[in-house]
Design a protein around this ligand. Structure first.
Ligand code: HEM
Length: 360
């Protein structure tokens, strides 16, 4: 049995069928391209989901192209492997079919999110389901590839691979581009999404700002400023003293739950607390801990762009938003905006020695 399956055709036929180079790919080449694009789509998805600064946008754009690339390659995969595989009738073929369906559902949910046809907060957002279903594909992908060990062969990386790969990638990029233009032309909510894929919600209206918490976090029962113990490098600081230093800052919170919101926060920069000797500026990082035990370690360099907030527009924070004191970190995604802060401490532990998204 051969997996090469090179199609031949006249130059005139090639002109009529611009996707011909994809049809000419061998089964092994299709699998190679699928392996690269599925690994790439997971990595770029994770980066675009966790990074809040400008360079993250390139990962998001690449993510869309790699996701659509899986769909562009799907007919070739069906022709070369799926049909023969189904005919062989092995019992575990249904696991592979499930994997294919889950990948298509993931792509559909990705488009539901990017177009804005289905927006929401946390579990009510298509993005959340997109990431969840994508996560389900990971063990199936590992099993699928692991149970079919293939030795790499030099013949796999011939001219056909380059032509077929470039044609498929071009078709995927064009699909994403046309979809993007379509979203704008149709005036869909996706036209206003941030480069992270998040949709706007409740800007300058804190009472409508979502009160989601990190996974299993629940708001402490008592969050009165007067009773709160905030320690900065081990020394207690009354919330009233912190509030006396606060000034307004307009900043966007961009949650990994698929939404962003702009508010006028009342904040104190960590850099100011360091300059005034309240916090040690010599440490490599700053560890910020919540009353719930949740914590993030910030690089020392973030002190200029990280703030402790005590309110919005002169009003105290609501309990669900981290009262009486929370982090505002405009250059970072939502999970860095620690709520119900009880301590800030200089530490020698490097900030990168922590999970990008804490499990609890
Ligand atoms: C099998 C895995 C995956 C596939 C096939 C896939 C595919 C897609 C597709 C086709 C889109 C729409 C892109 C566009 O309209 O430009 C999308 C959007 C998105 N995906 Fe994924 N994805 C996968 C996994 C993930 C994972 C694991 C994450 C995060 C951890 C993620 C995060 C995102 C984000 C943030 C968007 C929104 C981008 C935007 O609105 O422009 N994806 N995905």
């Amino acid at each position: 049995m051969t997996a090469t399956g090179a199609a031949t055709g006249s130059p005139a036929g090639d002109r009529r069928r611009p996707l011909r180079p994809i049809e000419r790919l061998s089964g092994r080449q299709v699998n190679l391209l699928l392996a690269v694009s599925s690994t790439g789509v997971l990595v770029t998805g994770l980066v675009s989901w966790t990074v809040g600064t400008g360079w993250g946008r390139w990962f998001t754009a690449l993510h869309g192209v790699l996701g659509v690339l899986l769909v562009v390659l799907a007919p070739a995969k069906i022709r070369r492997s799926v049909r023969p595989g189904l005919r062989r009738g092995r019992p575990e073929r249904w696991l592979s079919v499930t994997l294919g369906i889950l990948l298509l559902v993931t792509v559909g949910l990705g488009f539901a999110s990017s177009s804005g046809l289905w927006t929401g907060v946390g579990t009510g957002a298509s993005l959340w389901w997109h990431v969840l279903v994508a996560g389900l594909t990971v063990p199936l992908l590992l099993w699928h590839v692991g149970s079919r060990p293939v030795k790499p062969h030099r013949v796999d990386t011939d001219r056909r691979l380059v032509l077929g790969g470039l044609t498929a990638a071009g078709a995927a990029a064009a699909t994403v581009g046309v979809t993007e233009v379509g979203i704008r032309a149709a005036g869909l909510a996706g036209a206003d999404r941030r480069f992270t894929g998040s949709h706007e919600i409740a800007s300058f209206n804190p009472s409508r700002l979502p009160r989601v918490s990190w996974l299993d976090d629940t708001a402490p029962a008592v969050t009165d400023a007067i009773d709160w113990t905030l320690t900065l490098d081990g020394v207690a600081m009354p919330i009233a003293d912190l509030a006396a230093r606060a000034r307004p800052l307009v900043a966007v919170i961009d949650c990994t739950g698929g939404w962003w919101s702009e508010q006028r926060w009342d904040v104190v920069p960590l850099a100011e607390l360091i300059d005034d000797g309240v916090l040690d500026g010599g440490g490599r990082s700053l560890a910020i801990t919540s009353a719930t035990g949740y914590a993030r370690i910030f690089p020392r360099a973030d002190a200029d762009s990280t703030f402790l907030a005590v309110g919005y527009d002169g009003r105290p924070l609501l309990r669900g938003h981290g009262a009486p004191v929370r982090v505002v970190a405009p250059a970072r995604r939502g999970p860095w905006w620690v709520k119900w802060v009880t301590s800030v401490e200089a530490t020698s532990r490097p900030w990168w020695l922590q999970l990008p998204l804490p499990p609890t």
